[in-house]
Design a protein around this ligand. Sequence first.
Ligand SMILES: [Zn+2]
Ligand SMILES: [Zn+2]
Length: 114
Amino acid sequence: MNGSTGILRPTRIKLDAGNDSLAITWSDGHSSVYAYSTLRSQCPCATCLGTEGERAAPAAPASLPMFKTALRPVRVEVVGRYALQIFWNDGHSTGIYTFTYLRNLCPCAECAPA
Ligand SMILES: [Zn+2]
Ligand SMILES: [Zn+2]
């Protein structure tokens, strides 16, 4: 078994308030920059996904935050060895972004689906 390949993890995590983005440098050397708005809209928690409980509601516009520019993470914590937890300034903090999930969200040209 080779346990050292295939497991990506951030080696550096930087909140860039000036650009409203979160920059992650990965263990394979790749760098990803995520806009705060993207991260929040892709929050994987049950509340944001709305996949728990009944899904009888028709497809309606997702509830949008009333504020546009103020939303930002106040801090980011590594959860175990597999994920990041983002604490937003509106008090939301239940989103656990696994490293795999984050890497798949990387918006760069190299990672973007064709
Ligand atoms: Zn959420
Ligand atoms: Zn990328």
